[in-house]
Design a protein around this ligand. Structure first.
Ligand code: FAD
Length: 504
């Protein structure tokens, strides 16, 4: 999901490009909005993002009259921010390189990596249909890096090369989808209401969903009636209070799309649906936060074991090593980080490492660590381990003995206490450095429970008539389990969107 190589900087001109050709309440006179509210739509989709747009396209292609209600002034949602790494078996990108793969292998890989913690039925649907979805994108101009597919980027590897990314990340995907939406708008099959906030669902006395209540830019409440309503409004990873309530973990770092406020979770629940999956929360590795605010922002991100073998050691707030730093599974390391107070972990290193090791922090020459230690609170430098510990608010004697033990084992050719194999240098040349990192996430693991037909279900398992949910509103945990499995955010959103549009 994350690799943080610079892929694309979105300019104002790019942004304008995504608004062109779309009907918007900002430009629609009120009588026109009223006229739309008098219609009876076949499908109303809340959210014109990763999942909502394919759903709109495929429903429109079937001849259904589709209304997309979008809070932002542009369609695209999280695709504007997402690194857009996706995976599927049997893609044209695999065929071009002669890579043999199958949906069964994809499914087995996902379940192996997440330890069977994602929903098996929903995962199976992704594995069986992701290849076709990606091939549809490719047929519409989607391109990936020349050296892709690969087995891994920043997360535990697949056994087969099936992981791909476009040079512009999520925008490479949006660039394939947006022209098709525009065509359907021109044909009159899709209507998009921008800057329109879905605030409630309409429900008949017998519990069927009958439409959506919105709040438009001018502050007016409007009702839109529809036979079917799809919640595709994303997760809640920009809503710190809701995020913490559902995951029992603070939102340490805010990286999600600003409109990921969790409205779909709230609306689905308000009509009888229920949430599940918050307990699947797992942190990502190595975020250097800007400050101690909750949520904070990214100051820098350190590379994990999938990207780079560690030279430094990792310690917890007790000044003790807590994990085999070169463990082959970043997922295993991330789960150990989750057991540390506030998910904090410190890298401890010396000057020799700064001078010789491969890049530690994405986009930073290692020498920048030296200068940042003079101005950034998360990075400290000192001439002795004891003083470094005091400056870093770590127990001094404990950190000293941790470093001594690591060095002694290495210098005397003894096995590492935690089984680490890769130990290029001892930590011995001052000044010494500490980098305080935090576990973090950008996805909501909690979401609405749905069945295999994407219908929102009640705790009894019975579907709520006419209400569907796709994308992160169903919870990242449903598709990725308690791990970050390559592509299991964007791929299910696109795939379910396509399938639901075709079948609704
Ligand atoms: C920085 C970042 C990088 C990521 N990288 C990857 C990756 O490489 N691979 C991967 O698999 N996953 C990745 N993910 C996760 C993945 O991108 C998301 O899970 C996925 O894009 C969510 O799609 P969605 O359709 O549910 O939401 P979105 O794409 O966000 O669409 C939701 C839409 O609903 C709209 N909306 C919200 N509220 C309302 C409302 N009240 N009324 C009307 N409209 C509303 C929003 O404006 C938005 O347009 C990443 C996430 C982030 C934040």
């Amino acid at each position: 999901m994350m690799s943080f190589q610079k892929i694309h900087k979105l300019t104002k001109r790019d942004f304008l490009k995504y608004t062109s050709g779309i009907l918007s309440t900002a430009i629609l006179p009120y009588p026109y909005q009223l006229a739309l509210a008098k219609e009876h739509w076949d499908v109303i989709i809340i959210g014109g993002g990763t999942a909502g747009l394919p759903a709109a396209i495929f429903a429109a292609k079937k001849g259904l009259k589709v209304l997309v209600i979008e809070k932002a002034s542009v369609i695209g949602g999280t695709l504007f921010l997402s690194t857009g790494q996706i995976a599927g078996a049997g893609t044209v990108f695999q065929q071009q390189k002669g890579i043999m793969d199958s949906p069964d292998q994809h499914y087995d890989d996902i379940m192996r990596i997440n330890g069977n913690t994602s929903d098996p039925d929903l995962t199976r649907i992704v594995a069986e249909n992701a290849g076709t979805t990606i091939n549809w994108l490719a047929a519409n101009g989607y391109k990936v890096f020349d050296h892709h597919p690969v087995t891994k980027i920043a997360h535990d590897p697949f056994k087969v090369e099936r992981y791909i990314q476009g040079p512009m990340g999520g925008i490479s995907i949006l660039n394939a989808i947006k022209p098709i939406v525009d065509q359907e708008i021109t044909k009159g099959n899709i209507t998009v209401l921008l800057e329109t906030n879905a605030v409630d669902l309409m429900q008949s006395k017998n519990g069927d969903i009958t439409g959506v209540i919105t709040h438009n830019k001018e502050g007016r409440l409007m009702d839109y009636k529809g036979h079917k309503v799809i919640l595709a409004s994303g997760g809640c990873a920009s809503n710190p209070d809701l995020y913490e309530e559902l995951h029992n973990v603070p939102l340490y770092c805010q990286m999600a799309y600003p409109n990921s406020q969790g409205i779909g979770l709230i609306l689905g629940q308000s009509v009888g649906g229920y949430l599940r999956g918050g307990e699947k929360y797992s942190p990502l590795y190595g975020m250097i936060l800007t400050d101690d605010k909750i949520p904070s922002t990214m100051y820098g991100l350190t590379k994990n074991i999938i990207e780079r073998l560690p030279w430094e050691i990792l310690v917890n707030s007790k000044g003790k090593r807590f994990v085999q730093e070169d463990h082959e599974s970043v997922d295993a390391i991330e789960h150990t980080i989750m057991q540390q107070p506030a998910h904090r972990h410190w890298a401890i290193l010396d000057q020799n490492m700064i001078d010789e090791m491969p890049q530690l922090i994405y986009g930073w020459p290692n020498k920048r660590i030296m200068t940042e230690s003079k101005k950034q609170n998360m990075i400290k430098q000192y001439g002795s381990i004891r003083e470094l510990a005091i400056k870093s608010e770590l127990p001094a004697l404990s950190l000293e003995s941790t470093v001594q033990e690591y060095n002694n084992n290495l210098e005397n050719n003894r096995d590492d206490t935690l089984g680490r194999q890769y130990r290029p240098l001892p930590i011995e040349k001052p000044p010494f450095y500490s980098i305080r990192m935090s576990g973090w996430s950008l996805c909501s693991f909690a979401g609405l429970a749905i069945n295999k037909d994407f219908e929102v279900i009640k705790p009894s398992g019975e579907p709520i008539n006419n209400l569907y949910a796709i994308g992160e509103v169903i919870g990242f945990g449903a598709t990725s389990g308690n791990a970050y499995v390559n592509g299991m955010g964007v791929t299910p959103a696109l795939t379910y969107g396509k399938l639901l549009g075709e079948s609704i």
